[in-house]
Design a protein around this ligand. Structure first.
Ligand SMILES: Nc1ncnc2c1ncn2[C@@H]1O[C@H](COP(=O)(O)OP(=O)(O)OP(=O)(O)O)[C@@H](O)[C@H]1O
Ligand SMILES: [Mg+2]
Length: 337
């Protein structure tokens, strides 16, 4: 994938892959409030659609999120009344890292945290800050922090491993400098930012240690246990859907047989099951049966065989390089392998 066309292709594919099943991005833009003073901002502000009450997390992750929230809400007490500011003058900002398996609610929790705090939300991926022009990517990062500061929004960086990946030590070309400059900028911005920044990744091992130590709250997102699954199924089985059988029994059964699935998988199961309920019955009697849901769970489990995970740190660095438009030479690739 060396030519400019290929790089463009990569970017388009990446953009379209962000959410293969849902149109969350589009929904977000429809929901985004466009206020006059916000129109000139370089990044889009979103009005959060969730609060933390909408997210069902395993106990440990929930506790960690609540502790981060307590720090944010009690800043004055901790830093001023208790005088902690004297020894931690730069502690006003809160930096969180959400890591874990796909579909476990990292993006949703970031948005929900903003919702609970009553703040706006700015969500950025590498493709939002990247630029093929020298110096522009670091500039875009600075602009994102400025923008978040100006409107007191929660700043969210998705696929953060690309951004926080290990800095290149072998600086031989201008383009390497570019990647290093964007990461140094990010370190500086994180140090001085007094708001809330959240990073999310599936590949936390690719983070540069310099970033790891600057992030206070590292929160792991695990797959839901049976109790968590029951709550997530309960949320997606909205009351208006006609159910065949006792709701509580169905929920228990579903929580039992869907162990190992993530929250997003449950949503996908529902998307697959609902048309089954309509197609297999005559319209007057359309009703969702356990068998529709069981069959949908089977299909979703089968999806796990499709696709692969790209988790090597080299891939992360290469993605960053590609994103800012550098050619990756075949020989170099072979040498690294
Ligand atoms: N813990 C959860 N509680 C409630 N709903 C959930 C949960 N996890 C996932 N979902 C549902 O799945 C959708 C997708 O989850 P989300 O995009 O937040 O996952 P993610 O961890 O960010 O995945 P990825 O690593 O692929 O970015 C959510 O919008 C929500 O509808
Ligand atoms: Mg996500």
């Amino acid at each position: 994938m060396d030519s400019l066309e290929d790089i463009q292709h990569y970017k388009e594919a990446k953009a379209s892959m962000e959410c293969p099943f849902c149109k969350e991005k589009e929904m977000r833009s429809e929901n985004a409030e466009v206020e006059t003073e916000e129109e000139n901002l370089p990044y889009m502000l979103q009005a959060p659609r969730y609060t933390l009450d909408d997210v069902f997390l395993p106990e440990k992750s929930k506790l960690q999120v609540d502790e981060a929230l307590a720090k944010i809400n009690n800043f004055h007490k901790i830093y001023i009344e208790w005088g902690f500011k004297a020894v931690d003058p730069c502690g006003a900002g809160t930096v969180l890292n959400f890591f874990g398996k796909p579909g476990t609610g990292k993006t949703m929790t970031a948005e929900a945290l903003a919702g609970t705090l009553g703040k706006k939300f700015i969500s950025l991926g590498m493709s939002d800050v990247e630029s093929k022009y020298m110096g522009e990517t670091a500039k875009n990062i600075r602009a994102a922090f400025e923008c978040a500061k100006k409107v007191d929004a929660v700043l969210f960086f998705d696929e953060a491993d690309t951004l926080l990946g290990a800095r290149l030590s072998n600086v031989t070309q201008g383009i390497d400098n570019e990647v290093n400059s964007l990461r140094s900028t990010l370190l500086i911005e994180l140090e001085k930012f007094e708001g809330i920044v959240i990073f999310a990744t599936n590949f936390e091992k690719n983070y540069d240690k310099a970033f790891v130590s600057r992030i206070t709250h590292h929160i792991q997102f695990d797959l839901p246990d049976q109790e968590g699954l029951r709550k997530i199924w309960d949320k997606f089985l909205v009351p208006q859907i006609p159910l065949d059988g006792d709701r509580e029994c169905i929920l228990s059964k579903l929580a039992d047989i869907s162990l190992g699935l993530a929250g997003r998988d449950v949503r996908n199961c529902m998307r697959l099951a609902l048309p089954k309920a309509i197609m297999h019955d005559n319209e007057d009697e359309s009703v969702l049966k356990l068998e529709h849901l069981v069959s949908a769970i089977g299909e979703v489990r089968n999806h796990e065989k499709v696709g692969t995970e790209v988790s090597k740190s080299r891939e992360s660095s290469r993605a960053a390089l590609r994103a800012i438009g550098v050619k990756i030479n075949k020989e170099e690739t072979n040498n690294q392998e």
